[in-house]
Design a binder for this molecule. Structure first.
Ligand code: CDP
Ligand code: MG
Length: 765
């Protein structure tokens, strides 16, 4: 890889200040931060950048990751007067973690409290106030804000960051911002110009007049807004596509720093990349010089699993070689834990960052010298014919591989260990397909409709999704009752659904549940379904159990999938080997979903009620201890409870946050919140009425057929119904490995489908 190094080289290890000294010493820390800021490539072009923004209404900024775009540009603009009159600079990020960590960093750089001048707002977490002038947020959140404020009137500048990621929200946002900018420039321009009449008539989007339904829009009529500055920022060099989309907008490049990175490949394909990653971590730790390691994994489960395995293996090393710490970073990590990746390890220690592709470009972590790249990413795929969206682990693109290896050469020469042969690299796609081409569009269509944009096929997309997938998504929205026969948003259901910050199918389930008198239960369900991996088995617990028998840890954990109790296990020992073998063959799953723990929460009716049990027991637990404790102690006790019950405390906390937020939303909407109590049948009927699009019927050979898509699927081994295999079920998630698995499954009666969803099941028979 060519070196484009220039100026101020700092060795990664010299940055490793002892974390014990710095946080307390705020003066030294501020001085260091100031130094860091001054040495960023962007610092030398502050004046020029501000001038460019002044001169151009649309500006595209391209710069190597780590050059300081995200953290510095908003501050430059703030000081450049763009927040006069109380206006706000909004910066969108494709990822929650990026919005949160960057906002915290910038607040610190400005020496202000988070939520004051600098804040962030992401779904289910808002840290802004009336005084916030620099606001980081997710791209999806800004889209939602447009529902309430179609002119985005409080913003003077909107920066769409990480545009190269091409998330579906970024793509739609760009189309929307183009319209908003147009409309806003028209409202300030000379009103005698005939062209502008349309805008001052009060129409934001001239093609349709649906916007007029929006009450907040009416308040905007006749008001004037200053023009809106739009900045598109991207790490890759592909500025052309954005520039063309915005009619030949000006693009500027910020020179970055990149040191040479040695790329190493494996000789042969690795059958198990997690294992290969583990081996490589220790190889680097034992054989290479100082410097932190960044490992790219595909999700929370993998990250937590590798984290445990590293800890375990470390115990086998002599004391002197144990100076290795692991830090995870993924989107749903509780926000106070996210900042841990930025804290340097104590002196003499090496830090291993276990990250999702979030660390590719969104989040720049200092100190990295080694990158381990297994070459995979978890991505959404959508089959418009079957109408099924699923998450699958797929190979990354060449562009992603380059970004990943680049992370090793930010502060000095580095090394990247690609856990695949060079011949495999050559086979990778050049770049990643934009998400809009591979996801279910019903969510964005619902939002566009709520904004009054009815002609979805005619919308000015950066890249048009296929007609088939637009039509399939419209059809789904129609079946959910969100659209009328002539494809307009229905009243009240469609409007209510658009207000909820959830997937349409979940929004609908809350509305349905209020009619079934079980909204309490559905709120918990939706919150629990919004987090990954509720159950897990800490290794030491497994070992504790293993001393009772002669089984090894793997056997026990695998057996738990099959719902054996410990006693049964010992009796069944002899058949275990056979079943284990078979199981391992079927699916190279790790043992995180711990059956035994689930057993005490398990409901014979399915996973939804099991998840509700987990949530409610945790509530009861806290309720019983309410008198004794402070908030911190509360958290600590809950973590302990989680550990004892094999619950992932990070996930549970996240679910509790989400729960209270959506509860707030449905309260505001005036939906009736009540519980069905012991009437479990009622709740299962409600699940059938809500998730009828995801129903499946058992086939004679014991597999299932998803009714809407006709696909053959299997119940995932982590489901409580894995062994029971009821006749008819609904499910919430499809994951694809060697098989198509469905997760989060509840038994229903198939007659309910024709009764409760006649719009679908009589039509399709
Ligand atoms: O956006 P871009 O990739 O150009 O860079 P940035 O995110 O603005 O990061 C600039 C510098 O700030 C990097 O050197 C990061 O290491 C540092 N940074 C940090 O130390 N802590 C954060 N939470 C965010 C950034
Ligand atoms: Mg950035």
């Amino acid at each position: 890889m060519p070196s484009m190094a220039h100026g101020g080289v700092s060795n990664s290890t010299s940055n490793k200040l002892d974390s014990k000294v710095l946080p307390n010493d705020s003066f030294a820390r501020r001085k260091k931060i100031l130094q860091q800021r001054k040495s960023l490539p962007i610092a030398s072009v502050e004046k020029r950048l501000v001038e460019e923004v002044r001169k151009n209404d649309i500006l595209i900024i391209v710069g190597e990751t780590g050059s300081g775009k995200t953290t510095q540009l908003p501050q430059f603009l703030f000081h450049g007067g763009f927040c006069n009159d109380g206006k706000v600079i909004g910066i969108t990020q494709p990822r929650r973690v990026a919005a949160v960590t960057v906002a915290k960093r910038v607040a610190e750089e400005c020496g202000v409290e988070l939520g004051q001048r600098v804040g962030y707002s992401i779904r289910f977490d808002d840290r802004t106030s009336g005084t916030t002038r620099i606001k980081y947020m997710t791209d999806g959140l800004l889209l939602r804000e447009a529902l309430l404020d179609p002119y985005l009137s409080r913003y003077s500048v909107i920066i769409v960051d990480e545009a190269h990621e091409r998330t579906v929200h970024t793509d739609v946002l760009l189309g929307l911002l183009k319209k908003v900018q147009n409309a806003r420039s028209k409202t300030v321009d000379d009103h005698s110009n005939a062209d502008n009449k349309k805008a001052s008539n009060g129409r934001l989007f001239d093609k349709e007049n649906g916007v007029q339904r929006n009450s907040s829009f009416k308040q905007c009529q006749g008001r004037k807004f200053p023009s809106l500055k739009l900045i598109i920022m991207s790490a890759s060099l592909d500025a052309q596509v954005f520039s063309e989309y915005f009619g030949g907008a000006r693009a500027v490049h910020i020179q970055g720093r990149q040191f040479p990175v040695d790329i190493l490949y494996t000789l042969y394909p690795e059958p198990d990349y997690m294992d290969a990653a583990l081996i490589t971590i220790f190889q680097i730790h034992l054989e290479e010089g100082p410097g932190d390691i960044l490992v790219f994994l595909t999700g929370q489960e993998e990250i937590e699993s590798v984290e445990r395995l590293v800890q375990e293996r470390l115990q086998q090393f002599p004391e002197a070689s144990r100076k290795l710490i692991t830090v995870p970073i993924f989107s749903s990590l509780p926000s106070e834990q996210q900042m841990r990746v930025f804290a340097p390890a104590a002196s003499g220690f090496r830090k291993v960052i276990l990250a999702t592709n979030i660390a590719e470009t969104s989040v720049t972590i200092p100190g990295i010298k080694y990158v381990i790249d297994p070459g995979f990413v978890k991505a959404r795929t959508y089959d418009p014919v079957k109408g099924m969206e699923s998450l699958i682990v797929v190979p990354i693109s060449k562009a992603q591989a380059l970004q990943r290896s680049g992370r090793a050469g930010r502060e000095g020469p580095g090394k990247c260990f690609r856990l695949y042969p060079e011949s495999e690299f050559e086979k990778l796609e050049d770049s990643t397909k934009p998400e809009i081409k591979r996801c279910n569009l019903s969510n964005v269509i619902l939002q566009l409709k709520a904004l009054g944009i009815d002609d979805i096929i005619g919308f000015d997309f950066l890249e048009k999704p296929s007609r088939a997938s637009i039509i399939k998504s419209l059809e789904q929205l129609f079946l959910l009752g969100a659209l009328t026969d002539d494809c307009k948003l229905s009243d009240p259901v469609g409007h209510q659904m658009a207000r909820l910050p959830l997937d349409p199918i979940y929004s609908k389930s809350l509305i349905v549940a209020s009619q079934f008198n079980c909204l309490e239960e559905m709120l918990i369900t939706v919150a629990m379904l919004s987090v990954e991996s509720t159950f897990y088995a800490p290794r030491e617990k497994l070992e504790e159990v293993s001393v009772y028998g002669m089984l090894n840890v793997e056997q026990i954990s695998v057996a738990w999938f099959f719902w054996y109790t410990l006693a049964e296990l010992l009796v069944l020992q002899s058949v275990m080997d056979y079943e284990c073998m078979q199981f391992v063959e079927v699916e190279n799953l790790d043992w995180t979903a711990c059956g035994m723990a689930m057993k005490c929460f398990a409901s014979p009716d399915g996973d939804h009620l099991t998840l509700i049990n987990v949530f409610r027991r945790s509530e009861e637990f806290l309720e019983n201890r309410k008198m004794e404790i402070s908030k911190e102690k509360n958290e600590k006790l809950l973590r302990k409870w989680c550990k004892e019950n094999f619950i992932n405390s990070r996930s549970l906390r996240h679910a509790r946050d989400i729960h209270s937020q959506i509860r707030g939303h449905v309260e505001q909407m005036g939906l009736r919140i009540s519980s069905c109590g012991d009437e479990i049948l009622q709740f299962r009927r409600c699940l059938a009425a809500s998730f009828f699009l995801n129903a499946a019927l058992k086939q004679p050979e014991g597999t299932y057929r998803a009714l809407a898509s006709g696909q053959a699927v299997q119940i995932h081994p982590s489901s409580v119904l894995f062994r029971a295999k009821p006749e008819c079920i609904i499910f919430n998630e499809m994951v694809q490995t060697n098989h198509k698995y469905i997760r989060n499954v509840t038994r229903i009666d198939y007659l309910w489908l024709t009764e409760l969803a006649p719009q679908f099941y009589t039509m399709q028979n």
